[in-house]
Design a protein around this ligand. Sequence first.
Ligand code: AMP
Length: 213
Amino acid sequence: MKVILLGPPGAGKGTQARQLAEKYGIPQLSTGDMLRAALKAGTEVGLKAKAAMEAGALVPDEVVVGIIADRIQEADCQKGFILDGFPRTVPQAQELDKMLAGRGMAIDHVIDIACDAEALVARITGRSTCSKCGEGYHAQHKKPAQAGICDKCGGTLTQRADDNEETVRNRLTVYEAQTAPVIGFYRPGGVFKEVDGMADMGAVFKALCAILG
Ligand code: AMP
């Protein structure tokens, strides 16, 4: 099963993709996570992506398309995958279609986690993640028992460098201009569905599972 989760920054794509990956036994492919790992490791890809990520702008299409082209060839992607944060532009979507067609594959589900942009700034600036196990937290909605410490594994909670208000506002503008058109690219194809991303996380997960079966 090959799935694309669409939605603005803060829609909950990462959280939902992680849970879906676990439930369906297929990998979550997050270009954001892969770019952050490349940046941390100081690779060439990381260096190319650095300035754009810090500004909340998009990394060039050829960089992310290259990452995904390599990743989907790996053995664990043969049964399927959940794309989270890719494609983010219409040219990326076109390239993805081509690369899958070349392998006799196609996307089965494209689901937009639809959100009200105004609510997203508070959502994003309040979030933190465990640096050890990846569990997500939120300053208002999901506080850890002890500040800065993961309830699950005791790891340290960190905030993403690009989760500050100024960068978030830029990421939302970039989403409207460059990523929202991806919805129009997939809508006519019969694989497109939408869920209400303003519902609570559990309800969003249920709605996604109802679509994926
Ligand atoms: P995310 O974790 O999905 O919010 O991505 C964090 C940042 O990584 C974005 O703000 C972009 O700078 C970059 N990025 C992630 N995925 C893509 C993509 N598909 N195309 C371009 N830039 C991306």
